[in-house]
Write a protein that binds this ligand. Structure first.
Ligand SMILES: [Zn+2]
Length: 214
């Protein structure tokens, strides 16, 4: 977790410096708060990475796109009231952590029901993400790409296919690219044995579509 946290900071720094997309194959510990862990998350890697960037770029605007199946209550709590941060979060509203205090700090808040399927989920993303990026005008996107939205995941309770996850990731990179915003992607939650292959196949697709160098 320590190394993965440093990986998120490095990927974010490289993305911003090179104006290109980078992926940390780990991180996305979005339940960790400033002084406490939660839900398998020990270090708040995303806020740590952003704070590292703010040391040299104090006006940097960052958008966190959190598409893990669970609400990203850690970064929401840490960044509350900070106008440099905008948060877009689609998650299963009845899942852990049901953090209603942190929820009020989500700028684009989309709790969804148990068992949501590809068409409804992808339409929700398509209809809202481009608008949110255009409105927030971030300098950098940190994309929390949890694969626990997968249908076979024991904790996510969503019903998205492997193909749907690949399309989801491509859509995030497409909108970011069209708006000229570099992306730092982190892999976050995923609790079925299928997650590794889904991540691998999605990254291959992003490389094939030239959103990532390899
Ligand atoms: Zn999760």
């Amino acid at each position: 977790m320590h190394r993965a946290t440093a990986g998120t900071a490095l990927a974010a720094e490289l993305a911003l410096k090179n104006k290109k997309n980078f992926v940390n194959l780990g991180g996305g510990y979005h339940h960790a708060k400033r002084d406490s862990g939660g839900g398998f998350c020990y270090f708040a890697d995303i806020p740590y990475a952003v704070n590292c960037l703010w040391k040299t770029n104090p006006n940097l605007k960052v958008m966190i796109i959190d598409l893990d199946a669970h609400q990203g209550n850690g970064h929401e709590d840490i960044f509350k009231y900070d106008k440099r941060i905008s948060i877009f979060d689609i998650y299963c509203g009845d899942n852990y952590p049901r953090d209603f205090m942190a929820k009020q700090y989500i700028n684009y808040d989309f709790p969804v029901k148990y068992g949501i399927m590809d068409s409804e989920y992808l339409l929700l993303l398509e209809q809202n993400l481009d608008f949110a990026i255009k409105k927030s005008k971030p300098d950098l996107i940190i994309y929390n790409a949890g694969t626990d939205i997968f249908a076979g995941d024991p904790l996510g309770r969503m019903n998205i296919s492997k193909d749907g996850i690949i399309k989801r990731d491509e859509m995030v990179f497409k909108f970011a690219c069209e708006n000229l915003v570099p992306v730092c992607m982190v892999t976050s939650g995923g609790y079925s044995s299928a997650s590794a292959e889904i991540i691998s196949d999605s990254l291959k697709n992003l490389i094939n579509k030239r959103y990532l160098d390899f």
